[in-house]
Design a protein around this ligand. Sequence first.
Ligand SMILES: [Zn+2]
Ligand SMILES: [Zn+2]
Length: 169
Amino acid sequence: MKALVYQGPGKKSWTDVPQPVLLNPSDAIVRVDTTTICGTDLHILKGDVPAVQEGRILGHEGVGTVTEVGSGVHDLAVGDRVIISCIKSCGHCINCRSGLYSHCLGEEGVAGIGWVFGHLIDGTQAEYVRVPYADNSLYKMPDGSSTPRRSCFRTFCPRDLKSASRPAE
Ligand SMILES: [Zn+2]
Ligand SMILES: [Zn+2]
């Protein structure tokens, strides 16, 4: 598949990379239908985010279609249209249970850091992406909304809801 790959400060390439595969039972594979370029990506491309290593597929926002689910995924099925949150959430750790998803202690990426896509694991500026903790990190889109309208939600809602506030009890 094709993906936008970080190649070090000031360098990137749109290139062929291996298709992602399920690594854990809670994973899903999502075909990316639309994605964005975020201001954060510009900082990464300049080399301002040293945790992003050469070879990393960039992108942490997207709308897509589930193409594969792991054996531990219960709330999603192949064909579901979903918003991909920039923030992982395992749903089980004390921080997730407290609504502090941006500090999820799940081991994917780094424990305690919620923003993993295009940062600590491969991201969404690609034809397909592997999503860990899929039941909690993907949001099914309601029927009837257009893809552009869905696209407006893909960054603001997950980021702001998960990073800046606690959900209502
Ligand atoms: Zn962003
Ligand atoms: Zn968690």
